[in-house]
Design a protein around this ligand. Structure first.
Ligand SMILES: *[C@@H]1O[C@H](CO)[C@@H](O)[C@H](O)[C@H]1NC(C)=O
Length: 285
């Protein structure tokens, strides 16, 4: 091949890589809301703000439960299409941008399809009998964090449960289920929720982005920073202790000491120095 052709191919490859963001977020909406992120929207937006230059996309699926307003698609058919859509969109993005760190955010039925696509195990409630994880092995490695809110697959006792719910949702995981990526997940569900739990207050189900948005962002930020720093996404990353003295103070070992948007202390206690792990996260090491 002539050198000039090789050089221009290299240039194309470099340009393509340059167009890949450091972080990309997938969001899946809840049943009956119009296409887009639905109630997952504020969570997706907050993650995008925390990582300037990041991009996002909504999962394209019916998000229906039989209602005429969403085309009378049954819940089972909608969820089954949704799981396939998560896998297709995540796998295809990962093929285009294999180094980009990925985040999943799913609300209600959107949480169920993210849960099924990321954790596998099938979903006999919706007729999915294949228990394999449909997200490719390569893409699995790049998923740093997954947020489920009001996920109907909730069962008590999972390590990533957050909230007051002690019962099962309407499409529960079987007893004893374990997700292979448990340490990358937070699943938010409160006792009064009628969909992920056995409560009777639909407003509880719609309130998670407000109630848990900030703790979800902190979880995602730590997981993504660890992945960007090369810590891998499937290993358990330690959360750096927060800067105990606040803005301008001296930061302890492993504490954050800089990065885009950081307003806390930038000086490390001796003998540690502030080291840039990536544009968003400097750490006292
Ligand atoms: C929900 O389930 C929990 C745990 O089994 C139980 O203690 C509680 O009474 C149930 N609540 C309702 C409203 O049925």
């Amino acid at each position: 091949m002539p050198i000039r052709v090789v050089a221009s191919l290299l240039l194309v490859a470099t340009l393509a890589a340059a167009q890949c963001p450091q972080v990309h977020i997938f969001g899946a909406r809840e049943t009956t809301v119009p296409p887009g992120f639905g109630t997952a929207g504020p969570v997706v937006s907050s993650i995008m703000s925390a990582f300037p230059g990041s991009t996002s996309e909504a999962i394209v699926y019916p998000a229906c439960g039989g209602q005429a307003s969403c085309g009378s698609v049954s819940y089972a058919s909608s969820a089954t299409q949704g799981v396939a859509a998560v896998a297709n969109q995540v796998n295809s993005f990962n093929s285009r941008c294999p180094t980009t760190v990925l985040v999943l955010v799913g609300y209600s039925q959107g949480g169920q399809i993210m849960d099924d696509a990321y954790c596998g195990g099938g979903d006999t409630n919706e007729g999915i009998t294949n228990t394999a994880i449909p997200i490719s092995a390569a893409a699995q490695k790049k998923i740093a964090a997954a947020i489920f809110m009001g996920d109907p697959r909730h069962i008590p006792g999972l390590s990533y449960n957050v909230g007051t719910c002690q019962a099962s949702g309407f499409a529960p995981r079987p007893a004893g289920f374990q997700c292979p990526f448990a340490s990358n997940i937070q699943s938010y569900c409160d006792a009064m929720d009628p969909f992920c739990c056995n409560g009777s207050n639909a407003a509880t189900h719609q309130g998670y982005a407000v109630e848990y948005g900030s703790v979800a962002l902190t979880f995602v930020r730590n997981k993504v920073n660890a992945a960007l720093a090369g810590g891998g996404s499937t290993t358990t990353a330690t959360t750096p202790p927060s800067n105990p003295t606040g803005g301008g103070g001296t930061v302890q070992e492993f504490g954050q000491c800089g990065g885009q948007g950081w307003t806390g202390g930038t000086a490390c206690v001796a003998p540690f120095t502030c080291q840039e792990l990536n544009a968003f996260f400097f750490q006292c090491l």
